[in-house]
Design a protein around this ligand. Sequence first.
Ligand code: PLP
Length: 457
Amino acid sequence: MTLDAATSAERDIAHHIHPQTDLDAHVRDGHFNIVRAEGVRLYDEDGHAYIDGLAGLWSASLGYSETRIIDAVTAQMQRLPYSSTFAQRSHPAATELAERLTAIAPEPLSHAMFMNSGSEAIDTAVKLVWYYWNAHGRPGKKKIIAREKAYHGSTIVAASLTGLPRMQEDFDLPVQGVVRAPCPHFWRHGRDGESETAFARRMADELEALILQEGPDTVGAFFAEPIQGAGGVILPPVDYFDHVQAICRKHDILFVADEVICGFGRTGKMWGSELYALRPDMMTTAKALSSSYLPISALLVSTRVSETLRAQSRKLGQFGHGFTYAGHPACAAAALATLDIYEERDIVARAAEMAPYLQNGLRALASHTLIGEVRGTGMIAGVELTRGKDPATPFDAGLGAGRLVQDAARERGLLVRALGDTLAFCPPLIISEADIALMLERFADALDAVGSTLSGA
Ligand code: PLP
């Protein structure tokens, strides 16, 4: 480590609290300092290059060298660095972004609201669910159903919807009114001899039983990621969402799709909603909306919802929700340039074209002794490590199997994320076939390197 690097590590330890981090490990081991990026590679302060196997945080879909986004932001900053969108004010970038997003959104979404993060989009969606049912004279219909292993963010309500205990422990969460539905992970929860379709039916039946137990008149909305991301890259079983949507319609429950990871081509379709034939009443997007060049998120809503908001604002005198930076001109310009690139380069088709290299390449490793399941679709995948080959034989949690493989991959120039013992892959959608091959080679090397330690565990 150079003197400069040591100084920067000490400064970071002294004053910087990192999100989603083992804070003792930070103080003990210091930080991993990324100082520049190019294409699909990140570079540390010693000049080592790493393939970014997670596209930042499932988000930098165009990689790191899009000068066009930077130029669009610069031009916007010179023209109009800030203007609010409160109280009927707008600016061309916000208007255009709402128009462009709703033009490509799944049916029946017709209106967009902007905010700065996925969590804010989720919080906004929950507020709108409550507002909606109050407006419709059904104030008891307020509970929100979210699933085990869901990840919906870190703010108070988003963390409450999240189905991962660490996001709630000692934060006095979840807030009241969050109801937990089972995670439909067939490999983990399927019974002996049960087919995937039978499992999907059972998961849907359990969801409906839960709704009936709570009372349909008390349930306002069901929130779901089309593919559960940070909970371990969990794909829904065949037909699952068809059943779930039918149940939501039957009990008049709003369906909210959280597309913060799945949106903008990640699955090989523009939306996870397209892949699974979802017709959400509301949909959250963030991350790849600007390819992460600037923070921006959007909540898209159907006309049924937007008309309700309008009626309620007429009654109350104002729609009383919104953020200072909603539709920030620079962030909106970054998103518009990103959407231009998606369209012109047909990034969705490119993701679909590259997907088999990632998916087949990972599945070719499935016989490795450490691997329990390889799962994924499009350009998102998870590799779960187990001691035996099935979910009933996990590694001891204290062993940190996922973390060991993550660290070994990093030593070999690959960044992947350990979610417990699942290694997540979500590379930039612009990654080449050659870099996918390199990524797989490094991952296989990392598995081999830690294999002997773990297989004896
Ligand atoms: N929803 C999903 C599906 C996510 O994956 C995330 C973040 O990873 C969020 C919401 C929260 O987004 P943010 O971290 O921008 O608040």
